[in-house]
Design a protein around this ligand. Sequence first.
Ligand code: UDX
Length: 450
Amino acid sequence: MFPLPFTGHLNPMIELAGIFHHLGFSVTILHTSFNSPDPSRHPRFTFRTIHHNKEGEEDQDPLSQAEVSAMDLFAFIRVLKQSYKEPFRQSLAAEVSEGETVCCLVSDAIWGRNMEVAAEQVGIQRLVLRTTSAASVCAFAAFPLLREKGYLPIQDSRLDDPVIELPPLKVKDLPVIVTKDPEELYRIMKDMVEGAKSSSGVIWNTFEDLERLQLMDLSRNFQVPFFPIGPFHKHSEDLPSTKNNKEDNAITDWLDKQDPKSVVYASFGSIAAIEEKEFLEIAWGLRNSEQPFLWVVRPGLVRGVEWLESLPCDFMENIGHKGKIVKWANQLEVLAHPSVGAFWTHCGWNSTLESICEGVPTICTPFQTDQRVNARYIVDVWRVGIMLERSKMDKSEIEQVVKSAMIDKKDGMRERCMALKEKADICLVGEVKADLRPSKWAEQYIKFFY
Ligand code: UDX
């Protein structure tokens, strides 16, 4: 398996590795020297580091974290793809020639067609893992059409226009990113789609009852077998590592002291960054809502600031035991805690699935790319969340939205959350015992592997 080295991509690949291992496969994870996973946390897999610097050069990684934040994300992905293309091909060839029977490569879809050449040269099948929603891939795959029709690049005057070809998306929901070179995103997504179409099949971290129409649509377009076998984290024993166990215990102790369904959990994933002004609006909005809150302020979340130093000195005193701010949390544990009543999220796909699986309603503040599509689906299709657009994120709006998410308005949102959670639970049973719920996808899955 060859993951893309970002938390939102590494986590699902590790979980998928756990599923393969459970099915009786041995798993080797080839990973970049940048942002390497910790092998000691997953002793059942073999880990091999791929270095992109030439032999004889100092074993130091020039793709440091600092460079990631300085570069824009898709420019960085281009550098990653270029840097690891040849070293990956060599590592895969070495793996295959070692005598073990390598039956299949599973690579993150973002590596694109680079993987096609590498797998063909060593004569093995290649599956692709797409870590985002099928709905967002429908939009990525439609980029050429959206450009032709003038939706892209996005014009401010059209933000609220519907995208007739991709209901229920509006122009402002299209999965783009503010970047110096928008062409970079289009190129990477085109390569992602072509790499998936030329693969032996696509594994999705989603489930049929959630995204049936989008999967059907894409399946007709891609013409390769599809395996929507998510949510991975519910199938797998190999869950992403938490970063600080001591802090996790303190979080659980604090949550244990709160009333059932009273806590707002706020976290914006592993990449999103905000300005200091936004950070202060969030802080005051949470405080003014007078709900207990657990807020993940990852170092690096606030541009130009180390951690909490821009908060007024008396802020923490002021909130007392009502609020807790941490650098990282074991999100799966937090969302499963009975005290958590709502999740304020950036709508990364892992966070979205994790909240659906626990039946927790969401406040949706998408930042970029697929998060915008996920947010629209949460709010308008599955109707298990409330939108709080980043551009409208001032303290009084935050206070009002948080209050309305926490008060059970009897509008059916909490019931819909529980109904969706049940669908996720049922799909797990169906997946394990395919005979209980034979589906188009389960048949493909069985044909492919057995
Ligand atoms: C990125 C993209 O932003 C996202 O849109 C895409 O779908 C995947 O790649 P990220 O922004 O990190 O991911 O968000 P998300 O997909 O939600 O993944 C974050 C992961 O980190 C989740 O599995 C979450 O459980 C975990 N996490 C996050 C923690 O365990 N603790 C935290 O404090 C925050």
